[in-house]
Design a protein around this ligand. Structure first.
Ligand code: PCA
Length: 332
């Protein structure tokens, strides 16, 4: 705690110096909750490197990974205040702010990378507006591989969720667990190993990537590749910090962000395949849900979707309609 407070103070002082001397090179801090083992962090570090190179060091971005500078929940408020200039978060953790932030955690809506990309294209304008209202600007978004279910037994029937304590990374996953009869707990990725070793959770829902980086084989034996949804991380910046940059530097940031988005989607696909293999090579049994289980998961998902529809306002509904129109056009 103390170290973070001191580093934040140092950052605040450094930022105010930068403001006083705008002709000098600028330095940004970017806070992320995810560790260096994550492909997301590797991508974001590459983005920072690209910006430094493209601007000849006019703008350097330091990535503080693994929640080392700011905890996950505090990243967006900190970027809004300008304590740090940029951040990366798991987008659906904002679902308590608007049902719009839930769309990439709705089952049955976008179950492939191509569909998830269409959904992001349909969401981008609305999310950009919502962020703008808070003085923030999205730079890029990258999905995690599809979410599946980790257990320490073979999952064959939804009744096995009864009384099971299941770790979830966001509210919709918690609701989904509840719909299945389980007991959800929200746990940050970095806290997964402790949650299992202290017996606070028995199972978890996440991707193969997180399963690999958190060494899931130390505490579970099975992974059910349920392909629930492909939720995204978003990287964003304080708009005032961005506006202070000269035109060429702004362009360099946007260009590097576009490249990071493209690269990130590729990295996610590749990591999905590699991490699934890594799980197996460490002894985890990876399987697809049986038809019966699939039906049960579908029913729990359907309830999630219907509850969302009841909560979602016009704007969120329109987003889904726009996404479905894009899909219909493409299949013609
Ligand atoms: N990993 C992160 C978010 C989704 C994912 O696949 C987590 O489980 O916290």
């Amino acid at each position: 705690m103390r170290t973070s407070a001191i580093s934040l103070l140092t950052i605040a002082m450094a930022s105010s110096l930068t403001v006083a001397t705008p002709a000098l090179a600028d330095q940004w801090n970017l806070a992320s909750p995810y560790g260096d083992a994550s492909f997301h962090t590797q991508n974001t570090k590459q983005f920072a490197k690209d910006v430094g190179e493209a601007t000849d060091g006019e703008l350097t971005i330091t990535v503080h990974s693994g929640g080392s500078l700011i905890s996950h929940a505090e990243i967006k408020p900190s970027v809004r205040r300008g304590t740090v200039q940029a951040g990366e978060i798991f987008l659906s953790t904002l679902s308590n702010e608007s049902p719009i932030y839930e769309v990439d955690t709705l089952p049955g809506l976008a179950g492939s990378y191509a569909d998830a990309y269409d959904l992001w294209q349909a969401s981008k304008p609305i999310i950009t507006d919502l962020f703008a209202k808070e003085g923030l600007m999205p730079l890029y978004a990258v999905p995690w591989p599809a979410q599946g279910i980790y257990t320490d037994f073979e999952l064959t029937d939804a009744s096995q969720f009864e009384g099971l304590r299941v770790r979830a990374p966001n509210i919709n996953t918690q609701r989904f667990v509840e719909n299945l009869g389980g007991i959800p707990t929200q746990t940050e990725e970095a806290d997964i190993p402790t949650a299992f070793s202290t017996g606070r959770v028995d199972a978890m829902i996440t991707s193969v990537s997180t399963g690999k980086s958190m060494s899931a084989w130390d505490y579970v034996s099975n992974y059910s590749d349920a392909n629930l949804w492909l939720p995204k991380n978003i990287v964003f910046v304080n708009k005032r910090a961005f506006d202070r940059l000269d035109d060429a530097t702004q362009k360099a940031v946007l260009d590097a962000a576009a490249k990071a988005e493209q690269r990130g989607w590729q990295m996610s696909k590749q990591d999905s395949a590699e991490s699934a293999k890594a799980l197996e090579s460490h002894g985890i049994t990876v399987s697809e849900p049986s038809d019966a289980l699939q039906q049960q998961l579908k029913a729990a998902g359907q309830k999630l979707f219907e509850d969302w529809q009841a909560r979602a306002g016009d704007q969120a509904q329109q987003l889904v309609d726009r996404y479905r129109e894009r899909q219909a056009q493409q299949s013609q």
